[in-house]
Design a protein around this ligand. Structure first.
Ligand code: ZN
Length: 234
């Protein structure tokens, strides 16, 4: 089987010359996590975010902003964002208020104590700039959760039609829901869009287009407007 990376080499030849918007992401890390481990995972995650955005021809890149190591975060039990934030409000109201009053992308980095299917969590209506991720999960989790904060969604299936995240042969795009029927499929590092093809399968159409959702909301968290893009695709 051709590996995903090479497929992407072949597929993503779209070059773009727009200016690239840069968004910094701040991380609030449980101080139970070793700093070297956290930095490595954050670095891998940011790299995969940028690969996903580049492969999707989205003129946006992410950079690591500040990394804070917090005992308050360490004292929370890993859970979905609404329960994690409820715990934080009781544990450290100052940090809670700082997070909810910020317009920067902020990610709580925790470790689940039990095996869980919940690798990350967002709740756009209540916490529009905050995500929770489990350090034990893979480094595509970050961009998946950030995608939700721009309005991107999992695959939604009505009759035979799929919306938002695409299912294309043995593959799914990064907004894979991890439901049993798609859990075993390989995740490609891209958002769905009509021009995306893998193994001859189209990974999006005019209705299944998380790339458009991201583009429609691209200014939501822009920190810096940067120079013209000169990089080639991967
Ligand atoms: Zn999700």
């Amino acid at each position: 089987m051709i590996n995903t990376f090479c497929l992407l080499c072949l597929i993503f030849s779209i070059q773009y010359a727009q200016a690239v918007n840069i968004t910094e992401v701040d991380f609030y890390v449980s101080d139970k996590i070793t700093k070297d481990v956290a930095k490595l995972k954050i670095g891998e995650s940011i790299t995969n975010s940028n690969l996903t955005l580049s492969n999707s021809s989205i003129p946006l890149s992410r950079e690591t902003g500040n990394i804070y190591y917090s005992t308050s975060i360490a004292n929370l039990n890993y859970d979905s964002i609404e329960f994690a934030m409820a715990q934080l409000m009781a544990e450290d109201s100052s940090l809670y208020n700082r997070l909810i009053n910020s317009d920067r992308l902020s990610v709580l980095v925790m470790t689940s104590s039990l095996s869980t299917d919940l690798c990350g969590s967002t709740y756009l209506a209540y916490f529009p700039n905050i995500a929770v991720i489990d350090l034990n999960c893979d480094s595509l989790t970050l961009e998946h959760e950030l995608g939700h904060l721009y309005g991107a969604e999992h695959e939604e299936i009505y009759d035979e039609y799929v919306f938002y995240a695409a299912i294309c042969g043995d593959y799914t795009t990064i907004m894979n829901s991890m439901r049993p029927e798609v859990k075993e499929k390989k995740i490609i590092k891209a958002y769905s869009f009509p021009e995306l093809k893998v193994d001859g399968f189209q990974c999006g159409n005019e209705n299944t287009n998380n790339r458009k959702v991201i583009l429609d909301n691209i200014d939501r968290f822009v920190s810096v407007r940067a120079k013209p893009n000169t990089k080639s695709t991967n």
